[in-house]
Design a protein around this ligand. Structure first.
Ligand SMILES: Nc1ncnc2c1ncn2[C@@H]1O[C@H](COP(=O)(O)OP(=O)(O)OP(=O)(O)O)[C@@H](O)[C@H]1O
Ligand SMILES: [Mg+2]
Length: 280
């Protein structure tokens, strides 16, 4: 569904390329996490997917990004946004309304959704995100987690195939962060929306996503099934990504020759793995 091939991009006033020869394929129905340190190029990569690059930021662009076989070069971010919904890193800059329902209506009206579909889309977006009771609340009375859900509902109302979220939990406490990931999982499983989430919290990623891409200095250094990527915990450590301790434990046992039966990503798996090693 999204094919990125040998993509490099240098912002016009940038010293080094922000993206350096990236190739990545995102399939329909994927739940993909993107992780990497500050300045690694994560936001720039999301801009390349939603067409903000090259259309809004000038710079040197090499390679290609195709969304359902259409080259992003030959289309506009506006027409792409019906396929690819983006929740920005700074959601406050994205929100334009005073009341929750207006935030969702704004997008629907902006994209000229027919009037007789609007109420149904508004309700189903609020419902899908689990914020129906917040419909008439003012946005500034909401918690950070609730605001994040409103931003997601406003995008979901446009019924995109892909949802890209840039660090949606960075301002949230652990419980609200978990709720956002539960929501993303539901949108992925129940509604079939392809999810691409940029996230610094490796614990959340390892529990929820199926696939993981790791970025460092404009490059993707690992990508694939989340367990395969977490198998490289010592290399991840070198670039400041601290894997959950059960992950590092199973990798170091594996490196010492133990048959751990695949990377453990939570305590239950660690317990089962250790029992197997002791009793089998
Ligand atoms: N508008 C811009 N003009 C010039 N350089 C930019 C611009 N935006 C980002 N950069 C540079 O591009 C590189 C990648 O930045 P990007 O914002 O994509 O990283 P990131 O992984 O999203 O970081 P963070 O975790 O801090 O959000 C950095 O070196 C950054 O300084
Ligand atoms: Mg960023």
């Amino acid at each position: 569904m999204i094919h990125i091939e040998n993509l490099s991009f240098k912002y016009k006033n940038g010293r080094k390329p922000a993206l350096d020869n990236i190739s990545l394929t995102i399939h329909e129905g994927d739940f993909l996490g993107i992780i990497g340190g500050s300045g690694a190029g994560k936001t720039t990569l999301s801009y390349a997917i939603n067409g903000v690059i090259p259309h809004h930021f000038p710079g040197d662009f090499y390679g290609s990004v195709k969304v359902e076989n259409t080259d992003t070069f030959d289309t506009t971010p506006g027409s792409l946004s019906l396929k690819i919904g983006s929740v920005l890193q700074d959601i406050d800059s994205q929100m334009v309304s005073f009341v929750v329902e207006d935030e969702i209506l704004y997008g629907l009206e902006n994209f000229s959704i027919p009037g007789d579909e609007i109420e149904e889309r508004l309700l189903s977006a609020l419902e899908a995100v689990g914020i129906l009771p917040l419909r008439y609340r003012t946005i500034d009375s909401l918690s950070g987690g609730q605001k994040q859900k409103v931003a997601i509902a406003a995008i979901i109302a446009l019924r995109p195939k892909v949802l890209i979220l840039d660090e949606p939990t960075s301002e949230l406490d652990p419980k609200s962060s978990e709720q956002i990931f539960e929501l993303l999982k539901r949108l992925n499983e129940k509604y079939g929306i392809t999810i691409v989430v940029i996230e610094q919290k490796i614990m959340l990623l390892s529990e929820y996503v199926e696939k993981l891409a790791v970025m460092n200095k404009g490059r993707i250094i690992f990508s694939g099934n989340v367990r395969d990527v977490l198998g490289h915990s010592s290399e991840l450590e070198e670039i400041g990504i601290h894997c959950p301790r059960v992950v590092s434990l199973s990798n170091s046992l594996r490196d010492r020759g133990a048959d751990v039966g695949g990377v453990w990503i939570n305590l239950d798996e660690a317990e089962a793995g250790i029992r197997r090693m002791i009793y089998d």
